[in-house]
Design a protein around this ligand. Structure first.
Ligand SMILES: *Cc1c(COP(=O)(O)O)cnc(C)c1O
Length: 433
């Protein structure tokens, strides 16, 4: 598969180069040059296929010849070693739980797939050429990347996080793994971490010492595997014979954009709905036709506090950069923190269901759409386990949440992190280690 840059000012590349580069040299996002629908037979017999078989069929054209089919099958099977349950919450409303992976968030799928692809590409390199993945995290991304890359040969991971500004659980997820995962605790903010990472990528003095790369969410190997679970949900609900609507709580719009790619492959999706918090650039655009990025606003669904959604250019490309076409496929709604808390309370009291703040927004958006569309059934994506957001979940609900087994074990492990406060310290550490 050939990928081109959506800024149209960079060389075309293969899947392998797109994964290694992350972003194109003209700072554009990579996009596949061709999207071929899957055959009707695939959708007719989807019930007979397991998750890894479905995922392999969905992803193989996007990888092409860069990974042989048998290796790709192994990768996909390893990535998908956990459940993706779909449950009915109320009439016509289902929840797709994406939090049964190792770090309890949907980002596990993309991080694990990208890690194994990079590992495959670096397998036979000598140690001097080892790739170092350098990432800054404000919480969720770092954990998913750390766990996804853990023990992947040929790849080292260095994660920068702001001291005292991530939750206890998140800090343990970053700092207790060891082996090829190192944590750097920065005295500063997330923006300071991000600035150090950017500086390192431009620093010529690492040449010949370390090859630095990013595990950013715009990487095609993190974006595309997020298609998989839309197929899994369809497999579960197909026998109902109803139109299916997906509601996706969104920040950078990578997750929903992957669903749209699944639709391009022929997945029968009736409509997409996006729910956002106060960072409502996309819902506003759908309403007014004006796309206006904004500085982000802090909310209780903080993984969606994004004022300039990075994947939106891919969505524009999928729908021919045409607002009316986009509107016929996507509806968007936004909610305040109070509305989000009310939705968590309603789900808990009326349906005995505990949603996290992101999933609660997905639920609200789905309900709003279904009110005017009686023929559809809906699925909202629950993007993280509520235990990850205990401090912003109303107390009566939070007290009912049990720590999952892997998290309990984690809390007893010892934190290991290098404390720094300047770029020079980071550089010294990267050169000496
Ligand atoms: C990252 C994240 C989101 C937003 O996903 P995008 O692909 O950026 O739209 C939503 N919920 C949770 C819990 C997340 O971690």
């Amino acid at each position: 598969m050939i990928y081109y840059s959506l800024n149209h000012n960079a060389p075309k590349v293969s899947f392998r180069e797109a994964v290694v580069n992350g972003l194109a040299p003209d700072k554009g996002l990579y996009f596949p040059s061709e999207i071929k629908s899957l055959p009707d037979a695939f959708f007719e017999k989807i019930e007979e296929m397991d998750h890894a078989e479905i995922a392999f069929e969905a992803i193989k054209q996007f990888v092409g010849e860069d990974i042989p089919e048998n290796d790709l099958k192994d990768i996909v099977r390893e990535v998908l070693s956990f459940d993706f349950p779909v449950n009915e919450v109320e009439e016509r409303v289902h929840v797709l739980e994406l939090y049964h992976g190792p770090t309890l968030a949907f980002k596990d799928v993309g991080a694990r797939f990208m890690a194994r692809c990079l590992g495959y590409f670096n397998k036979n390199k000598d140690t001097r050429e080892k790739v170092t993945v350098l990432v800054a995290t404000s919480g969720d991304t770092g954990g998913a990347v750390a766990s996804g890359f853990y023990e992947v040969e040929g790849v080292e991971v260095v994660i920068l996080y702001p001291s005292g500004k991530v939750s206890d659980i998140q800090e343990k997820q970053l700092t207790t793994l060891g082996k090829n995962i190192s944590a750097i605790e920065v005295e500063g903010t997330f923006d300071d971490c991000q600035a150090m990472v950017k500086k390192a990528f431009l620093d010529r003095e690492f040449e010949g010492k370390r090859t630095l790369t990013s595990a950013n969410s715009i990487n095609v190997a993190r974006w595309l595997p997020q298609m998989f679970y839309y197929f899994f949900a369809y497999k579960t609900l197909k026998s109902q014979g109803r139109d299916i609507v997906f509601s996706v709580p969104s920040g950078n719009f990578g997750n929903i954009c992957a669903g749209m790619m699944a639709q391009k492959l022929g997945l029968p999706v009736h409509h997409f709905v996006t729910g956002t918090n106060a960072n409502k650039i996309v819902p506003d655009y759908l309403k007014t036709g004006n796309y206006i990025t904004q500085p982000s606003v802090a909310t209780i669904s903080n993984a969606m506090d994004v004022g300039a959604p990075s994947n939106f250019v891919r969505i524009q490309q999928i729908y021919d950069n045409d607002l009316e076409t986009l509107r016929s496929h996507l509806s968007g709604y936004s909610y305040s923190d109070d509305e989000t808390r009310e939705a968590m309370q309603y789900l808990f009291k009326s349906h005995d269901y505990i949603a996290d703040p992101h999933g609660a927004i997905g639920y609200l958006a789905l309900k709003e759409f279904l009110q005017e569309n009686d023929n559809s059934i809906g699925v909202f994506l629950e993007t993280a386990h509520p235990v990850k957001f205990l401090d912003v979940i109303p107390e009566n609900i939070a007290s009912q949440i049990q720590l999952p087994e892997p998290i309990q074990a984690l809390l007893h492990k010892e934190k290991k992190a290098e404390k720094i406060s300047t770029y020079q310290q980071l550089k010294r550490w990267l050169i000496l280690n």
